[in-house]
Design a protein around this ligand. Structure first.
Ligand code: CTP
Length: 446
């Protein structure tokens, strides 16, 4: 029996795919089709397939041509598969000529002529793109613009801010200082205005029927935040809290391992996020334009705390050193959370520096994520016996922003919320920021 194997993404299965599968099958007696997983596609730069892995598998299955379907998950898997299944022929379309010659060592490699005039990219392009407008002028808007270029099906078209800004990335975009003018032209907005405006900007966008991706915190109180989620649900719109760390594959995996008992019962979470880059402690800096340390860092730092221990903490205390109390700018804040079964600490600072690591301690061992943990591609499981230690690496592109945009675009398209940050966590973040603003349970450092 001659075994043939072929691989592909098979997004929006089309005539070109079917013809390839038929010819692949005709090369032998048994055809194995490898469908690429969403994670693997991410690392190959194919991002935002219209269909999920399950849908793509179902479509290949429905052709009735494949004898067996497998999932392709990692670099180097092809060699493993060829050996494992005793494959005689590897085949793909002629768009890959030369690329897989190295497999000749293991089996015969055949490139089949590609069917002219059709591709998944074209089928996807027939759908209208999601038009996104940017709200605000925070420095990281340029990252968002650059990252959006990797995502199929979205385009950034304009900016609403008090000043146009001089970054080259925004030069070609439509600019307005009238919010309604931007809302008129877009399907969705990404809000990066100063945190005190998030609530108003989000509300106005939702009322105008636009989807919203908003930097955290979305509001300054649980009630306001909940009100916005309710409004979004009522209007059948997507509202997503933008915390890019949630979309890092390594972060997702370490969370699963922590929850899956790999380090025993969890007793503490310590998350540190600091940066001096914003220069809030430099004399003469205009602090009215700056985010404070709490808004700038605490949403990301609190994410692992709430995702591991939940949001029902028994108590919390803030220890804060203010840079400018009147303007609510903290140079450094430490928040201690107390839970029935453990404790958590987040330390955030824009006017102090510390090691930006994440440590999750358990009864059997701990998870160590080196700085800067919030954009990590690497972590370690560490035990008493160092020989048991394990290291994990997962490719992270674009600090997670790219995958966050994909989740947002997919949510808008499907009408289902696909956020990795739950509504409850988003509301609890707003609550904590609100309590900080109200100086509730705060010890001030001099
Ligand atoms: N293929 C083909 N003829 C086409 C399109 C694809 O023979 N018109 C083949 C590819 O060469 C590959 C397989 O079908 O062996 C799966 O291709 P895939 O990358 O999933 O689809 P494309 O349509 O090429 O996707 P994209 O436009 O995203 O590159």
């Amino acid at each position: 029996m001659t075994k043939v194997i072929t691989y592909g993404t098979y997004d929006m299965l089309h005539y070109g795919h079917i013809r390839l599968l038929e010819r692949a099958k005709a090369l032998g007696d048994y055809l194995i089709v490898g469908v690429t997983s969403d994670d693997y596609d991410k690392t190959r730069g194919k991002i935002n397939n219209r269909q999920s892995l399950m849908e793509r598998i179902a479509a290949v299955e429905a052709t009735g041509i494949a004898d067996e379907i497998i999932v392709e998950e990692y670099e180097g898997q092809k060699i493993d598969d060829i050996r494992r299944f005793g494959v005689d022929i590897f085949t793909v379309g002629s768009d890959w000529v030369g690329y897989f010659d190295y497999l000749n060592e293991f089996c015969k490699v055949i490139y089949l002529p590609r069917t002219e005039g059709v591709s998944s990219s074209e089928v996807r392009a027939e759908k209208r793109k999601l038009r996104i407008g940017l709200v605000g002028s925070a420095v990281f808007r340029t990252k968002f613009i650059n990252e959006s270029k990797y995502v199929n099906g979205v385009e950034i078209i304009g900016v609403y801010a008090s000043h146009p800004g001089d970054e080259p990335e925004v030069a070609d975009l439509f600019y307005t200082d009238v919010y309604d003018e931007l809302l008129d032209k877009v399907d969705a907005v990404y809000i990066i205005s100063k945190p005190e405006y998030h609530y108003r900007h989000t509300k106005q966008a939702l009322e105008a029927g636009k989807h919203v991706l908003c930097e955290s915190p979305i509001a300054y109180s649980r009630e306001e935040c909940k009100g916005l989620y309710d409004l979004a649900a009522e209007k059948k719109l997507i509202l997503m809290d933008a915390i890019k760390t949630a979309y890092s594959t390594a972060y997702e995996r370490l969370l699963l391992m922590a929850k899956g008992g790999r380090i025993g019962k969890i007793v503490s979470v310590d998350a540190v996020c600091t940066s001096l880059r914003d220069g809030i402690s430099i004399e003469g800096t205009d602090l009215s334009k700056k985010w404070n340390s709490m808004c700038g860092w605490a949403p990301a730092a609190m994410l692992p705390v709430f995702q591991i221990f939940g949001t029902d903490y028994k108590d919390k205390i803030f220890y804060t050193k203010f840079q400018d109390k009147e303007k609510n700018i903290d140079a450094f804040t430490k928040v201690d959370f107390v839970y029935p079964s453990g404790v958590a600490t987040v330390k955030v600072a824009k006017g102090a520096k510390a090691e930006g690591e994440l440590i999750i301690a358990g009864t059997k061992g701990y998870i160590y994520v080196p700085a800067p943990w919030w954009k990590t591609d690497y972590f370690e499981l560490r035990y008493e016996n160092v020989e048991d230690n394990k290291r994990f690496f997962y490719q992270l592109d674009g600090e997670g922003i790219r995958y966050e945009i994909v989740a947002f675009a997919k949510a808008v398209e499907s009408g289902k919320n696909m956020s990795y940050v739950s509504e409850e966590i988003s509301e609890t973040i707003a609550e904590v920021i609100g309590d900080f603003n109200a100086r509730k349970n705060m010890i001030e450092l001099l």
